[in-house]
Design a protein around this ligand. Structure first.
Ligand code: BDP
Length: 674
C-alpha cells in the first residue's frame, strides 16, 4: 500500500465499543478527534471553512496534507465538490462555496473510516438542492409521532440559553448533506410567527447557518386571524396579503436566509384557503408572493382527504391534479410517498408524474409512526429506494423527511434508528446509492477502534438491517394490506377496531374490507377506480389481478380467500405464510444480534436486545391478531407450516398494545413501549 497515494486504511474494529467510555449513542456518525493534528492548507477565511478545516485537522489520519480551495466550476453548483487524489504530498478539495468544502471534508473522513482508497478523482453533486427534515415538534416540547423523548428545541430557554446539542445536530446533518429544517409541527401553532418566537428561531438559524442549514417554519394559514386580529384569512383579501407580506419582512430582518413556509392546509382540521372558497393554488401563491422578494419557498402539502368521498387514496390527486400549472415558481407541492399515509408498504402516490407543470417534492417519514415506533428495528432505506424505483428522483425538486429525532441521549430512541436519519440524508444527496451501501457506510461510521469485529458478524448485521423492512411488512400487513392499526397511536394491530361516531376512513375495516367472500380494497376499474389515476404501464399492471404484484395485491383488489396465488397457494394460506415469515424473520434478527454480543458495547447490546424481544412479541401479536380475526371470515384453518396462535382473539381485543406499560396476554408487564 503506497501511503502517499492511498488513504490510511483503518481496520474495522469493535462495534460501538468506545474506548472513551460506555456507549450512549450520542456521537452518531460524527468524526472523532484522533489527536493526529493533520496539516490543512487553507487561505480562505470563513467560519464554515474553518469548521471544515477543524474537522479534518482533528480526525484525519494520513501522510498527506489537505488543501481546501474555492473554485469556479459552475457544474458543481452550490453544494458540490471535487477531491483530487494525492499529488505532491497533498490532497486537494475544491468547491464553489464554503459549504461545498465542508461537505467534501465529511466525504474524506467517511472514506477514511471505511478504508476506501483515494486513487481517482471524486466529483459529488447532490441531486436535490433542498434536502430537508420536517420536525413535527410542538412549542410545548412534545413531538407529534415522536418516540425519542421531547423536542430538541428548548423554546423556553431560547434565545438566552443555547443547548450544545443544537450545534451537534447541525453538524450531524451537514455530515450527511441535509441542508434545511422545518422546526415545528405541520399542525402548526401560530405562535411560532410572533416576534418573541422569531427571535428564538433566529438564534437557531444563526447556529445552523455555519453548517449550511436553512431554517423553515410550518405556518398556520389562519395566522392573520389568530395573531393579526383580521376577520379573515382569505388569501385574496388585501389585508391578509399585506399581513403576510409584513410578516415575511419581519422574519427576513431577523433571519436573512430564512427558507420559507411549510403548510398543511385544509387537512385533518387545519385551516386553509378552501375555508374561503379559494383553491390550494390561491393559498400557496399568496404566501409565495410574500416570500418571493426574499428568495423564500413555499412547501404546500397535498395530504388532504375528507370523510365524505369514496376512496381516501384518490383524494389528493382529485384535489391537486386539476391545479397543475397554477402554482407560482417558488411553490413546491409536498406529496407523501404513498396515497394514504406512510403505511409499511404503499404504491407510489399517483400525483407523482401527473402534474408536469408543477414543482413536486416527496415527503418520507423517518419517524416510525406506523413501523413499531422506537421499539422495532426497521431500516427504511429499502422502502425509499422502492419509491425511487417507481418515481424518477430526477423529476422531483426536493426531498423531505419527517424527523425521528428527540432529546434522548441517543437522539432516536432505538439506537439503530439513527441509521434511518442517516439513510434519509444520504439518499437526499444521492438517490442512486443502494440500501446496502448506506447500511455498510453507517455501520462503518459508528464503529470505533479497538479489537476486531469479524467481517461475518458485520455482514450479518447489514443483512439484518436490509431484511428488516420486509419483515415488518410481513408481520404487520403483507400483500398490500394497510392501516390495520389500533386507533390513534398506530402501534399495534386492531383490524377489528370500531368506534362509535369515528370517521370510517380512520377505521381498519375501511381498508381491509374483509368479509366472508374475501379481503382487500377493490381499487381496480371494477371498484373505486383509484387505479385509473396511475400512469401507464402501472395502471394496467395494477388493474389486472394477474399482473398486479403480490405485495400490492390487496391494495388494489378484493379477492376470495381461496384465490390462487402465483405461488400456487390459496390467498388465505399465502397470507398466513407471510405472517409466519415475518415472525421468523424477527427471531432471526434476535439470533444475529446475539451472535454479535461479544463485539458490542454491553449497554448498547442490552438496549437493542430488549427492543428485539418486544419486536418479536409484537410480531407474534400482529400475526395472531390478524390471522385470528381474518380467520373468522375465511373460516379456513392455518396451514401446517404456520405456528399455532399463542393468544386468543378475546385476550388480544382486551389489550391495547402500544399504550405505556401494557400488559402482555401472559399477564407479564412489559416495559413502557412509548
Ligand atoms: C399522519 C399522522 C398525523 C399527522 C398527519 C400529517 O398520524 O399525526 O399530523 O399524518 O402528516 O400520519 O399531517
Amino acid at each position: 500500500m503506497n501511503s502517499k497515494c492511498i488513504l490510511a486504511f483503518f481496520a474495522v474494529c469493535v462495534f460501538l465499543a468506545s474506548p472513551l467510555g460506555a456507549y450512549n449513542g450520542s456521537r452518531l456518525w460524527l468524526p472523532e478527534k484522533t489527536g493526529d493534528q493533520a496539516t490543512i492548507l487553507n487561505d480562505v477565511e470563513s467560519t464554515t471553512i474553518l469548521l471544515a478545516a477543524e474537522e479534518l485537522r482533528d480526525a484525519w489520519r494520513g501522510d498527506c496534507a489537505i488543501e481546501l480551495k474555492l473554485s469556479e466550476d459552475t457544474a458543481l453548483g452550490r453544494d458540490g465538490y471535487v477531491i483530487a487524489p494525492p499529488a505532491d504530498g497533498k490532497i486537494t478539495l475544491k468547491a464553489n462555496t464554503d459549504i461545498g468544502l465542508l461537505y467534501g471534508a465529511y466525504h474524506l473522513l467517511r472514506m477514511q473510516r471505511m478504508g476506501h482508497e483515494l486513487n481517482k478523482e471524486i466529483r459529488e453533486i447532490p441531486l436535490f438542492d433542498v434536502r430537508i427534515l420536517n420536525h413535527w415538534d410542538n412549542l410545548d416540547g412534545t413531538i407529534e409521532r415522536g418516540y425519542a423523548g421531547r423536542s430538541l428545541w428548548k423554546w423556553n430557554e431560547l434565545p438566552d440559553i443555547v443547548s450544545p446539542r443544537y450545534r451537534d445536530y447541525a453538524r450531524a446533518n451537514a455530515a450527511i448533506g441535509i441542508n434545511a429544517v422545518v422546526l415545528n409541527n405541520v399542525n402548526a401553532s401560530s405562535k411560532i410567527l410572533t416576534a418573541e418566537y422569531i427571535e428564538k428561531v433566529a438564534k437557531l438559524a444563526d447556529i445552523f447557518r455555519d453548517y449550511g442549514i436553512k431554517v423553515y417554519l410550518s405556518a398556520n394559514f389562519a395566522a392573520p386571524m389568530q395573531l393579526g386580529g383580521l376577520h379573515t384569512a382569505d388569501p385574496l383579501d388585501d389585508d391578509v396579503v399585506e399581513w403576510w407580506r409584513e410578516k415575511c419582512d419581519e422574519i427576513y430582518k431577523m433571519i436573512p436566509d430564512f427558507g420559507g413556509f411549510l403548510v398543511k392546509a385544509n387537512s385533518e382540521g387545519q385551516p386553509g384557503p378552501c375555508d374561503f372558497d379559494r383553491s390550494h393554488a390561491d393559498g400557496a401563491n399568496m404566501l409565495a408572493k410574500a416570500l418571493k422578494p426574499h428568495g423564500g419557498l413555499v412547501m404546500w402539502r397535498s395530504f388532504v382527504y375528507s370523510p365524505t368521498d369514496d376512496d381516501r387514496a384518490k383524494q389528493a390527486y382529485l384535489e391537486f391534479n386539476p391545479l397543475d400549472g397554477q402554482f407560482d415558481d417558488n411553490v413546491m407541492v409536498q406529496i407523501k410517498n404513498g396515497p394514504v399515509d406512510f403505511q409499511p408498504r404503499e404504491p407510489f402516490n399517483p400525483l407523482f408524474g401527473s402534474m408536469l407543470s408543477t414543482k413536486q417534492m416527496v415527503e418520507f417519514q423517518i419517524t416510525q409512526e406506523y413501523l413499531g415506533q422506537s421499539n422495532h428495528l426497521v431500516f427504511l432505506a429499502p422502502m425509499w429506494k422502492e419509491f425511487f424505483g417507481w418515481v424518477n428522483p430526477r423529476a422531483l425538486s426536493a426531498v423531505a423527511g419527517v424527523a425521528n429525532i428527540g432529546d434522548n441521549d441517543n437522539w432516536t430512541g432505538h439506537p439503530l434508528a439513527q441509521s434511518n436519519w442517516y439513510a434519509f440524508g444520504r439518499l437526499a444527496w444521492n438517490p442512486d446509492l443502494s440500501s446496502r451501501e448506506i447500511a455498510e457506510e453507517w455501520l462503518s461510521l459508528i464503529l470505533y477502534d479497538g479489537s476486531p469485529i469479524p467481517e461475518l458478524i458485520k455482514n450479518s448485521i447489514t443483512e439484518m438491517m436490509l431484511s428488516s423492512r420486509e419483515a415488518a411488512v410481513d408481520y404487520m400487513m403483507p400483500l398490500g394490506l394497510h392501516h390495520l392499526f389500533a386507533f390513534g397511536h398506530h402501534y399495534g394491530p386492531e383490524p377489528w377496531c370500531w368506534r362509535e361516531g369515528a370517521r370510517p376512513d380512520w377505521l381498519p375495516s375501511y381498508y381491509h374490507q374483509a368479509d366472508s367472500v374475501g379481503i382487500g380494497f377493490n381499487r381496480s376499474e371494477s371498484g373505486s377506480k383509484a387505479v385509473a389515476q396511475y400512469p401507464q404501464p402501472y395502471r394496467e399492471i395494477y388493474n389486472n389481478v394477474e399482473t398486479c404484484p403480490d405485495n400490492l395485491l390487496l391494495w388494489f383488489h378484493h379477492l376470495p380467500w381461496d384465490f390462487k396465488m402465483k405461488s400456487g397457494l390459496t390467498l388465505w394460506n399465502e397470507l398466513c405464510c407471510h405472517y409466519e415469515r415475518g415472525c421468523q424473520a424477527v427471531k432471526k434478527m434476535q439470533a444475529t444480534w446475539k451472535s454479535a454480543e461479544p463485539y458490542i458495547d454491553a449497554d448498547l447490546y442490552k438496549d437493542v436486545e430488549r427492543r428485539l424481544v418486544i419486536q418479536s412479541r409484537d410480531a407474534e401479536w400482529w400475526k395472531d391478531a390478524c390471522l385470528l380475526y381474518f380467520g373468522e371470515f375465511s373460516q379456513m384453518p392455518l396451514p401446517e407450516n404456520v405456528s399455532a396462535p399463542v393468544h386468543t382473539l378475546d385476550a388480544l381485543k382486551n389489550v391495547k398494545l402500544g399504550i405505556t406499560n401494557y400488559e402482555a396476554p401472559s399477564g407479564e408487564l412489559l416495559d413502557s413501549v412509548r
